[in-house]
Design a protein around this ligand. Sequence first.
Ligand code: NDP
Length: 607
Amino acid sequence: MTAPHVPAPSELTTLRQRYRLERERRVRPDGAAQYHDAEAEFGYYAADPYTAEPTERGPLHDTVGVTVIGGGFGGILAGARLRQQGVERVRIVEKGGDFGGTWYWNRYPGVHCDVESHVYLPMLDETGYVPEWKYAPGDEIRRHAVRIANTFGLYADALFSTGVTALTWDEASEMWLVATDRGDAFRTAYVVNATGTLTDPKLPGIPGIEDFKGHTFHTSRWDYAYTGGSPEGGMTGLADKRVGVVGTGATGVQAIPMLAEDAAHLYVFQRTPSTVDRRDNRRTTAGDVGADHKGWARERRENFLRIVSGEAVEEDLVADRWTASAGLLEKLLPSFRRGGDPKAFEAAYEVADAAKMNELRARVEQTVTDPGTGEKLKPWYRYACKRPTFSDLYYPAFNRDNVTLVDTADTHGIERVTAHGVTTGGTTYELDCLVFATGFNVGTSGILSGRLPVHGRGGVQLLDRWARLGRRTLHGFTSNGFPNLIQMGPLQNASSVNFTHVLDEQAVHAAALVAAAEAEGALIEPSPEAEDAWIAALAEDAPDHEWFHAECTPGYYNREGRGRPNGPNSYPHGAVAFHRLLRNWRDTSMHEALRPRTAAPDPSGTH
Ligand code: NDP
């Protein structure tokens, strides 16, 4: 192997200039407003292509102990951890026709998780399941979600094809009233909100997008009735079709090689190329992953979390391209703390970043035979500016005669959709089918979207209060004025690329809060002082990454080029330290978040 090339100072200057130029080609004055909410504006996306008919049932007017909103991994893990705490009545309310969340909706061809399956799939120790591939296909992950739900008896009370539409605190009974789009109006002692982060599909506001007369869908609502086949391919319905795909993010990179195999012709409309590193997927045995003792999966995922959070480990158990590049991801995570001179650190960081990006650009050259196409596929930005992707199939797809790459950077994306295709850069591409791999509204699902109003004590609406006072929580989970409401997700805590690990720690915490409240006959409600202290703790050591993101190519990591705001959004010392903090707090201070009930506990509560 040749030694990695170390970029010289003059090369770094040239790169900086190139990166700035490429950013300027892409920044749009409308920023995030360029996107449209697919469900709100294109109603047909609300349909569920994977469940033909929702189960018939009448509206419910009963009482349950805990209501969990969302049946993805967050909600399932909350349910499982609550069961482990002895809570019997857990009602998970889920919009989809079954459990799985993102893995229920995303069934596009080629769908896999690019985080190692042995650390990504939660509760492997508890279920005894050992994945057989380093990177699992979406269907295996969805079936594992179902496995956990079955193991912990979560189907019994679950409501599928149902969306919660409002939560209202009833002062007299000290319970929440839950309203849904199926006419339910039931009471519950506790609510756990687990509505996910990337759930609402978005579409670009391309002029004429509504006029397209061919077939069209978003990748998270794949229409196999039209394409034929399955996530493994075999889309015979596309054999005589001209297909266009918009978007080359993590989804596009997985779906495009499959479309290339099956479509008569594939046009890939690219605005910004992703970084596409090696994936090296392979079969694994239990021996390969050390699945020979109790707790192996917990150890492995802790090891991965430590590495991607910048903490020292003796051995890299996962040893993949995430862990190899972990140091370069620090601009996404507040947790990387290095001693010494910050200038020297930044200089070393820039050299390492340039070396990595050179390696990835060289990868394009080594694979793509047409130099013009290869040039367009090269990413010109720093590694942490966009979500990294991994594929061994993506670049070879562009060597096929039936695949055309259309670069749309100069026109800030596709210029116009017409009745029969796409016009951009002065050329019209006639299409039978147009697939949008254009991602999701970020961080605005569930309560934060504003479409699920939450009225707490005194009828105060949660988002109104946060608009006035700023977002206020204790550890991201609970808020004063909103008793027994526990929020999961990335708000005011610490996240990681292995999001299921983060969710499981949150689920353990949520279940412990419920158990403590039940044991003491109390409500979970932090004081305003506890919220103040948490916000101060978040702000105290907040890192300054704003300048870095301000120079990045636009995307959802940096509010479409407007930069990444500093402030009390996440715990500055990272996920490993945050989980430690939660454990200590549960051992010593959990009573701080409890306050006495005034109403008698409901007899049909949690046990
Ligand atoms: P992204 O938001 O990451 O990508 C959207 C793509 O659409 C970008 O390439 C974007 O270009 C492009 N686009 C948007 N508007 C236009 C336009 N007007 N013209 C041309 N192109 C346009 O969505 P994804 O669905 O790919 O990924 C969402 C997230 O889901 C990921 O970041 C990841 O966290 C997760 N995911 C995880 C996977 C895993 O294996 N763990 C697999 C798939 C997804 P531009 O970059 O220029 O904005």
